[in-house]
Write a protein that binds this ligand. Structure first.
Ligand code: SF4
Ligand code: ZN
Length: 308
Protein backbone atom coordinates (compact mmCIF):
# COMPACT_ATOMS: atom_id res chain seq x y z
CA UNK A 1 0.00 0.00 0.00
CA UNK A 2 1.29 3.51 -0.79
CA UNK A 3 1.58 6.35 1.74
CA UNK A 4 -1.62 8.41 1.80
CA UNK A 5 0.38 11.62 2.34
CA UNK A 6 3.13 11.60 -0.31
CA UNK A 7 1.58 8.87 -2.54
CA UNK A 8 5.13 7.99 -3.63
CA UNK A 9 6.57 5.71 -0.98
CA UNK A 10 5.52 2.40 0.53
CA UNK A 11 3.42 2.75 3.69
CA UNK A 12 4.85 1.29 6.90
CA UNK A 13 2.43 2.60 9.54
CA UNK A 14 -1.35 2.52 9.88
CA UNK A 15 -2.67 5.37 12.04
CA UNK A 16 -6.00 3.83 13.06
CA UNK A 17 -7.51 6.96 14.63
CA UNK A 18 -7.13 8.96 11.40
CA UNK A 19 -7.20 6.19 8.80
CA UNK A 20 -3.87 7.38 7.28
CA UNK A 21 -1.20 4.94 6.16
CA UNK A 22 2.24 6.53 6.19
CA UNK A 23 5.69 5.86 4.80
CA UNK A 24 8.74 6.15 7.10
CA UNK A 25 9.49 9.65 5.94
CA UNK A 26 5.95 11.06 6.30
CA UNK A 27 5.49 9.28 9.63
CA UNK A 28 8.64 10.79 11.15
CA UNK A 29 7.82 14.18 9.73
CA UNK A 30 4.28 14.02 11.18
CA UNK A 31 5.69 13.40 14.68
CA UNK A 32 8.19 16.23 14.39
CA UNK A 33 5.47 18.56 13.07
CA UNK A 34 3.18 17.60 15.96
CA UNK A 35 5.92 18.45 18.46
CA UNK A 36 6.61 21.76 16.71
CA UNK A 37 2.89 22.61 16.62
CA UNK A 38 2.54 21.82 20.34
CA UNK A 39 5.50 24.07 21.09
CA UNK A 40 4.19 26.98 19.05
CA UNK A 41 0.49 26.61 19.98
CA UNK A 42 1.23 26.48 23.70
CA UNK A 43 4.20 28.90 23.49
CA UNK A 44 6.43 26.38 25.24
CA UNK A 45 9.72 27.98 24.23
CA UNK A 46 10.98 31.53 24.45
CA UNK A 47 14.15 33.10 23.10
CA UNK A 48 17.09 32.59 25.49
CA UNK A 49 15.44 29.66 27.23
CA UNK A 50 17.78 27.26 28.93
CA UNK A 51 16.03 23.88 28.92
CA UNK A 52 16.73 20.98 31.22
CA UNK A 53 15.46 17.76 29.62
CA UNK A 54 14.53 14.84 31.85
CA UNK A 55 16.18 11.83 30.22
CA UNK A 56 15.70 8.33 31.57
CA UNK A 57 17.08 6.57 28.51
CA UNK A 58 13.69 5.18 27.47
CA UNK A 59 11.97 5.77 24.13
CA UNK A 60 10.01 8.86 25.24
CA UNK A 61 12.90 10.80 26.65
CA UNK A 62 15.24 9.92 23.77
CA UNK A 63 12.59 11.02 21.27
CA UNK A 64 12.13 14.25 23.23
CA UNK A 65 15.87 14.87 23.30
CA UNK A 66 16.23 14.30 19.55
CA UNK A 67 13.22 16.39 18.51
CA UNK A 68 14.18 19.30 20.81
CA UNK A 69 17.76 19.10 19.58
CA UNK A 70 16.51 19.43 15.99
CA UNK A 71 14.39 22.44 16.91
CA UNK A 72 17.19 24.01 18.96
CA UNK A 73 19.63 23.73 16.08
CA UNK A 74 17.42 26.27 14.28
CA UNK A 75 17.11 28.58 17.33
CA UNK A 76 20.68 29.09 18.61
CA UNK A 77 19.58 31.35 21.50
CA UNK A 78 18.04 28.31 23.20
CA UNK A 79 20.35 25.97 25.10
CA UNK A 80 19.73 22.35 26.11
CA UNK A 81 21.06 20.09 28.84
CA UNK A 82 19.88 16.69 30.06
CA UNK A 83 19.40 15.28 33.54
CA UNK A 84 19.08 11.59 34.37
CA UNK A 85 17.84 10.66 37.81
CA UNK A 86 19.43 7.52 39.14
CA UNK A 87 17.20 5.75 41.67
CA UNK A 88 20.23 3.70 42.68
CA UNK A 89 18.98 0.57 41.01
CA UNK A 90 21.44 -1.98 39.67
CA UNK A 91 18.68 -3.48 37.49
CA UNK A 92 19.17 -3.59 33.75
CA UNK A 93 16.60 -0.86 33.01
CA UNK A 94 18.62 1.76 34.93
CA UNK A 95 22.08 0.59 33.89
CA UNK A 96 21.04 0.53 30.22
CA UNK A 97 19.07 3.76 30.58
CA UNK A 98 22.08 5.59 31.97
CA UNK A 99 24.34 4.19 29.28
CA UNK A 100 21.99 5.21 26.45
CA UNK A 101 21.35 8.66 27.91
CA UNK A 102 25.11 9.29 28.16
CA UNK A 103 25.73 8.04 24.63
CA UNK A 104 23.03 10.07 22.89
CA UNK A 105 23.98 13.24 24.80
CA UNK A 106 27.61 12.73 23.76
CA UNK A 107 26.55 12.22 20.13
CA UNK A 108 24.38 15.35 20.14
CA UNK A 109 26.89 17.33 22.23
CA UNK A 110 24.33 18.07 24.92
CA UNK A 111 25.67 18.41 28.51
CA UNK A 112 24.45 15.47 30.59
CA UNK A 113 24.07 15.44 34.38
CA UNK A 114 23.18 12.58 36.71
CA UNK A 115 21.72 13.02 40.22
CA UNK A 116 20.98 10.04 42.43
CA UNK A 117 18.25 9.50 45.02
CA UNK A 118 21.02 8.50 47.43
CA UNK A 119 22.86 11.80 47.21
CA UNK A 120 19.63 13.79 47.34
CA UNK A 121 17.65 12.08 50.12
CA UNK A 122 20.09 9.52 51.49
CA UNK A 123 18.23 6.41 50.28
CA UNK A 124 18.00 4.45 47.05
CA UNK A 125 14.53 3.57 45.74
CA UNK A 126 15.03 -0.01 46.88
CA UNK A 127 15.95 1.14 50.40
CA UNK A 128 12.85 3.34 50.50
CA UNK A 129 10.71 0.37 49.43
CA UNK A 130 12.24 -1.81 52.21
CA UNK A 131 11.58 0.95 54.78
CA UNK A 132 7.94 1.35 53.72
CA UNK A 133 7.43 -2.41 53.88
CA UNK A 134 9.12 -2.69 57.30
CA UNK A 135 6.84 0.03 58.62
CA UNK A 136 3.81 -1.43 56.82
CA UNK A 137 3.14 1.93 55.17
CA UNK A 138 0.54 1.93 52.43
CA UNK A 139 2.86 3.56 49.93
CA UNK A 140 3.72 2.07 46.56
CA UNK A 141 7.11 2.83 45.00
CA UNK A 142 5.73 4.83 42.05
CA UNK A 143 3.93 7.23 44.39
CA UNK A 144 7.11 8.43 46.14
CA UNK A 145 9.46 7.83 43.21
CA UNK A 146 7.47 10.30 41.07
CA UNK A 147 7.30 12.91 43.84
CA UNK A 148 11.04 12.69 44.54
CA UNK A 149 11.92 12.73 40.88
CA UNK A 150 9.94 15.96 40.34
CA UNK A 151 11.55 17.56 43.39
CA UNK A 152 15.08 16.65 42.27
CA UNK A 153 14.41 18.00 38.76
CA UNK A 154 13.02 21.25 40.12
CA UNK A 155 15.83 21.81 42.65
CA UNK A 156 18.52 20.96 40.11
CA UNK A 157 16.98 23.30 37.53
CA UNK A 158 16.71 26.15 40.07
CA UNK A 159 20.26 25.67 41.32
CA UNK A 160 21.70 25.63 37.80
CA UNK A 161 19.72 28.52 36.32
CA UNK A 162 17.52 26.58 33.89
CA UNK A 163 14.38 28.40 32.76
CA UNK A 164 12.26 25.33 31.79
CA UNK A 165 12.12 21.61 32.44
CA UNK A 166 11.06 19.43 29.50
CA UNK A 167 9.63 15.98 30.19
CA UNK A 168 8.78 13.17 27.80
CA UNK A 169 5.16 12.69 28.94
CA UNK A 170 3.15 11.40 26.01
CA UNK A 171 -0.58 11.25 25.27
CA UNK A 172 -0.99 7.92 27.08
CA UNK A 173 0.82 9.13 30.23
CA UNK A 174 -1.29 12.25 30.43
CA UNK A 175 -4.62 10.48 29.93
CA UNK A 176 -3.66 7.74 32.42
CA UNK A 177 -2.81 10.34 35.07
CA UNK A 178 -6.11 12.13 34.49
CA UNK A 179 -8.11 8.89 34.91
CA UNK A 180 -6.07 8.00 38.00
CA UNK A 181 -6.86 11.36 39.58
CA UNK A 182 -10.58 10.80 38.92
CA UNK A 183 -10.43 7.30 40.39
CA UNK A 184 -8.64 8.60 43.49
CA UNK A 185 -11.10 11.48 43.79
CA UNK A 186 -8.18 13.91 43.61
CA UNK A 187 -10.13 16.97 42.53
CA UNK A 188 -7.34 19.50 43.04
CA UNK A 189 -5.08 17.77 40.51
CA UNK A 190 -7.69 17.56 37.75
CA UNK A 191 -7.01 21.05 36.46
CA UNK A 192 -3.25 20.99 36.77
CA UNK A 193 -2.80 19.71 33.27
CA UNK A 194 -1.49 21.26 30.15
CA UNK A 195 1.40 21.16 27.73
CA UNK A 196 3.02 23.70 30.06
CA UNK A 197 2.51 24.53 33.71
CA UNK A 198 1.52 27.97 34.86
CA UNK A 199 4.31 30.06 36.33
CA UNK A 200 4.24 29.41 40.08
CA UNK A 201 6.88 30.94 42.38
CA UNK A 202 9.46 28.32 43.31
CA UNK A 203 8.60 26.03 40.40
CA UNK A 204 10.59 25.97 37.20
CA UNK A 205 7.89 25.75 34.49
CA UNK A 206 7.56 22.24 33.07
CA UNK A 207 6.83 21.68 29.40
CA UNK A 208 5.58 18.52 27.71
CA UNK A 209 6.19 18.76 23.97
CA UNK A 210 5.16 15.09 23.36
CA UNK A 211 1.80 15.50 25.08
CA UNK A 212 -0.21 14.90 21.90
CA UNK A 213 1.83 11.98 20.60
CA UNK A 214 0.52 8.46 21.40
CA UNK A 215 2.98 6.13 23.12
CA UNK A 216 2.76 3.64 20.25
CA UNK A 217 3.86 6.32 17.77
CA UNK A 218 6.79 7.33 19.95
CA UNK A 219 7.87 3.69 20.05
CA UNK A 220 7.73 3.52 16.25
CA UNK A 221 9.55 6.84 15.87
CA UNK A 222 12.27 5.61 18.25
CA UNK A 223 12.57 2.43 16.18
CA UNK A 224 12.87 4.41 12.92
CA UNK A 225 15.48 6.70 14.52
CA UNK A 226 17.48 3.60 15.36
CA UNK A 227 17.55 4.18 19.12
CA UNK A 228 18.90 1.16 20.89
CA UNK A 229 15.92 0.32 23.07
CA UNK A 230 15.82 -2.21 25.87
CA UNK A 231 13.07 -4.52 27.10
CA UNK A 232 13.91 -4.33 30.80
CA UNK A 233 11.66 -2.21 32.98
CA UNK A 234 11.53 -1.08 36.58
CA UNK A 235 10.53 -4.04 38.79
CA UNK A 236 7.89 -1.90 40.55
CA UNK A 237 5.99 -0.83 37.45
CA UNK A 238 3.48 -3.70 37.71
CA UNK A 239 2.50 -2.71 41.25
CA UNK A 240 1.02 0.58 40.14
CA UNK A 241 -2.57 1.52 39.43
CA UNK A 242 -1.26 3.24 36.30
CA UNK A 243 -0.34 -0.11 34.81
CA UNK A 244 -3.94 -1.36 35.08
CA UNK A 245 -5.28 1.88 33.65
CA UNK A 246 -2.80 1.67 30.79
CA UNK A 247 -4.09 -1.80 29.96
CA UNK A 248 -7.74 -0.68 30.14
CA UNK A 249 -7.17 2.40 27.97
CA UNK A 250 -5.29 0.38 25.37
CA UNK A 251 -8.22 -2.03 25.18
CA UNK A 252 -10.63 0.88 24.63
CA UNK A 253 -8.33 2.44 22.05
CA UNK A 254 -8.22 -0.85 20.16
CA UNK A 255 -12.02 -1.02 20.06
CA UNK A 256 -12.68 2.70 19.64
CA UNK A 257 -9.69 4.33 17.90
CA UNK A 258 -9.22 7.94 18.99
CA UNK A 259 -10.62 7.52 22.51
CA UNK A 260 -7.39 8.80 24.12
CA UNK A 261 -7.49 11.96 22.02
CA UNK A 262 -11.15 12.45 23.03
CA UNK A 263 -10.21 12.29 26.73
CA UNK A 264 -7.33 14.67 26.09
CA UNK A 265 -9.65 17.20 24.47
CA UNK A 266 -11.84 17.14 27.61
CA UNK A 267 -8.71 17.65 29.73
CA UNK A 268 -7.67 20.64 27.63
CA UNK A 269 -11.11 22.20 27.93
CA UNK A 270 -11.20 21.71 31.70
CA UNK A 271 -7.71 23.08 32.00
CA UNK A 272 -8.62 26.19 30.04
CA UNK A 273 -11.78 26.81 32.01
CA UNK A 274 -10.33 26.20 35.47
CA UNK A 275 -6.68 27.18 35.01
CA UNK A 276 -7.01 29.89 37.68
CA UNK A 277 -7.24 27.16 40.29
CA UNK A 278 -3.57 26.37 39.59
CA UNK A 279 -2.47 29.73 40.90
CA UNK A 280 -4.41 29.78 44.13
CA UNK A 281 -3.55 26.28 45.24
CA UNK A 282 0.15 26.79 45.99
CA UNK A 283 1.87 27.92 49.20
CA UNK A 284 5.21 27.21 50.93
CA UNK A 285 5.81 23.94 52.79
CA UNK A 286 5.99 24.60 56.54
CA UNK A 287 8.93 22.26 56.78
CA UNK A 288 11.19 22.84 53.76
CA UNK A 289 9.72 25.97 52.18
CA UNK A 290 9.27 24.40 48.74
CA UNK A 291 6.03 25.21 46.89
CA UNK A 292 3.15 22.85 47.65
CA UNK A 293 -0.63 22.68 47.56
CA UNK A 294 -0.70 21.42 51.19
CA UNK A 295 0.72 22.70 54.48
CA UNK A 296 3.55 20.19 54.35
CA UNK A 297 4.84 19.07 50.94
CA UNK A 298 4.57 15.45 49.89
CA UNK A 299 8.37 14.97 50.00
CA UNK A 300 8.50 16.06 53.67
CA UNK A 301 5.43 13.95 54.48
CA UNK A 302 7.01 10.85 52.93
CA UNK A 303 10.37 11.42 54.60
CA UNK A 304 8.67 11.95 57.98
CA UNK A 305 6.79 8.66 57.59
CA UNK A 306 9.96 6.82 56.69
CA UNK A 307 12.17 8.30 59.38
CA UNK A 308 9.78 8.12 62.36
FE1 SF4 B 1 9.79 4.96 39.74
FE2 SF4 B 1 7.48 3.64 39.35
FE3 SF4 B 1 8.93 4.45 37.28
FE4 SF4 B 1 9.79 2.46 38.83
S1 SF4 B 1 7.96 2.45 37.54
S2 SF4 B 1 11.03 4.18 38.06
S3 SF4 B 1 9.07 3.13 40.83
S4 SF4 B 1 7.92 5.77 38.79
ZN1 ZN C 1 8.56 20.19 52.38
Amino acid sequence: MMCTKCRRRKAVYLRSYSGEVLCRFCFKRSIEMKVKDTISKHKLLSRNDSILIAVSGGKDSLTLLKTLWRIESRIPSITLAALTIDEGSTEEYRVEGLKLSRKICEDLKIPHYVVSFKEYIGYTLKELWSKTQEKKLELLPCSYCGVLRRRIMNTFAKDHGFTKIATGHNLDDEVQTFIMNIMRGDYSKLFRFGASMETIPGFIPRIKPLRYVPEMEIAFYAFLEGFKLYEAECPYVRLSMRDEIRFMLNEFERKYPGVKFSIMSVMDKLNKQFSNLNKTYFKSCISCGEPTSRDKCRVCEIMDLIKT
